[in-house]
Design a protein around this ligand. Structure first.
Ligand code: F0G
Length: 469
């Protein structure tokens, strides 16, 4: 049995945190039986993306679009100006992005990948290389569809689930410089820097590293495009772990971080505390003009980009709330709480604990299972059957196939992500989750692995189907 005595902050030698909000509306959850869950996961082809949400008890599939909005945001929804052009809410959103992220020009998009599509089309030519601090699925897909090749230039520690480096999201400057020397700066339209790095376990990049990347890029005339999806969370880690930042606010740190980049793509569905929305922001007028022109083709007019006026208002207000230190302390504190329980109980997870999720190390759950039997996919299915908790595979299925060779890409990290939606679940839900994971870990010897029986061409993890071996 897990040792459940060490749950309060006081017993860990520090004061407990609590959420800086109280609950106003509740959404009932359905509790299912093990038999019902066995049937549901088989019908879903052992892919948690294909489960019906009503069959899920605690939904940790993603922190994307799953946020609980505040009363202030909901009040803003009533102030939606649904004009086709020039909505008042667009100008409020533009002002919020300029104030908190510091970029000059805003191109709204329906979500992050809409912005990734536009920037990839604007900047990438066939044959180009796009270095980045580890890939993200949709980001790399758009870079490849524009004719580019993604090159991983993250530090080696990021690929090691046990390295305790505090900034595992850092760019390896040597790897970046070597690439520039090898292919030439003119073949590198921009460096794609994510903060925090989702696929590495929600790991942050340090301010110093960002400054160094800027200096290197300046020497070679290369742009930097930030994936700002969880950059406010990254700012919190800089505040806690980087010298000189303890006394600065998340808002100030975020602005400084962005100031070293030429623009950003954003999935507002994460940091910005909304259910839908995103943007592309740029400082260069000519690039902005081209992006603004393209957005009309793919997303919608440049003053809504696929969002309703009310969505833009909710996001403008969400940005303001997302950079409050109290909010961030509770948000990351909850993730840490779950992670610390699992560490205490000896369950293998990625350390240090990241910003938006706990990543279970499926390789160490199932050391004898070959990667071709999809250990992380197996673990996510096992966890659902045990408890009704829905997690997500982040291993060989997510990595997809190499477009040139057609072979599986075998990532070093074979992970299952327990992603924590913002302001949605309580500490009791975290306790239930930790106990369910521990139970699956105890029964790890029984897991048999899976066989893929249907594989879509693009972003296969969303829709692939499996069968037990
Ligand atoms: N960049 C990062 C780092 C992301 O995590 C995501 C989405 C995107 C870009 C794309 O944004 O979904 O709004 O189009 N991540 C989700 C996740 C899907 O579950 O991690 P989007």
């Amino acid at each position: 049995m897990p040792n459940t005595t060490l749950t309060t902050g006081k017993q860990r030698g520090r004061r407990s945190w609590a959420e800086p909000w109280k609950v106003k509306v509740v959404e009932p959850l359905k509790v299912t039986t093990r038999e019902q869950r066995e049937r549901a996961i088989a019908e879903a082809g052992y892919n948690t993306f294909l489960l019906r949400s009503e069959d899920v008890y605690i939904d940790l599939l993603t922190d994307s679009g799953t946020n609980a909005m505040s009363d202030y945001q909901w009040a803003g929804m009533m102030l939606g100006d649904e004009a086709y052009a020039g909505s008042r809410n667009f100008y409020n959103l533009e002002a919020a992005v300029q104030k908190y992220y510091g970029y000059k020009y805003l191109v709204p998009s329906h979500q992050g990948r809409g912005a990734e599509h536009i920037i990839s089309r604007v900047l990438i030519k066939p044959g180009d290389y796009i270095p980045g601090n580890m890939y993200f699925t949709t980001t790399r897909m758009h870079q490849e569809m524009a004719g580019g090749t993604f090159v991983d230039v993250i530090i080696d520690e990021a690929h090691d689930s046990q390295s305790l480096h505090p900034f595992k999201g850092n760019v390896d400057l040597q790897k970046l410089e070597d690439l520039i020397k090898r292919v030439g700066a003119e073949k590198i339209p921009y460096v794609s820097v994510a903060a925090t790095v989702n696929m590495a376990g929600g790991q942050p990049i340090s301010m110093q590293n960002m400054r160094d990347v800027r200096a290197l890029c300046n020497r070679h005339g290369v742009h930097i495009i930030l994936d700002a999806t969880r950059a406010a969370e990254n700012a919190w880690f800089i505040k806690i772990h980087e010298e000189g930042y303890a006394g600065k606010s998340v808002a100030n740190i975020l602005r400084e971080l962005c100031s070293y980049t030429d623009g950003c793509t954003m999935s507002g569905k994460k940091d910005a505390l909304v259910n839908i929305g995103g943007w592309l922001a740029l400082n260069d007028y000519d690039l902005y003009e081209e992006a603004r022109n393209l957005v009309v083709v793919f997303e919608g007019l440049h003053t809504y980009g696929g969002m309703a006026g009310r969505d833009m208002e909710a996001m403008a207000r969400g940005i303001e709330e997302s950079v409050q230190d109290d909010h961030m302390r509770a948000r990351i504190g909850q993730v840490e709480y779950l992670g610390e329980l699992l560490v205490e109980w000896g369950v293998p997870i990625v350390v240090p604990i990241g910003g938006h999720a706990i990543f279970l190390d499926a390789r160490r759950f199932y050391p004898d299972m070959p990667q071709d039997h999809f250990p992380a996919q197996t673990l996510a299915a096992e966890l659902y059957v045990d408890s009704g908790i829905r997690a997500m595979e982040r291993g060989v299925v997510s990595a997809g196939r190499d477009p040139k060779t057609g072979q599986h890409r075998y990532p070093k990290l074979e992970l299952v992500r327990l992603t924590i939606p913002r302001r949605v679940y309580t500490q009791a839900h975290m306790d239930v989750t930790a106990e369910a994971v521990e139970a699956v870990y105890q029964r790890r010897a029984e897991a048999r692995g899976l066989k893929m029986i249907y594989e879509p061409k693009y972003l296969r993890f969303f829709q692939a189907r499996f069968e037990p071996l």
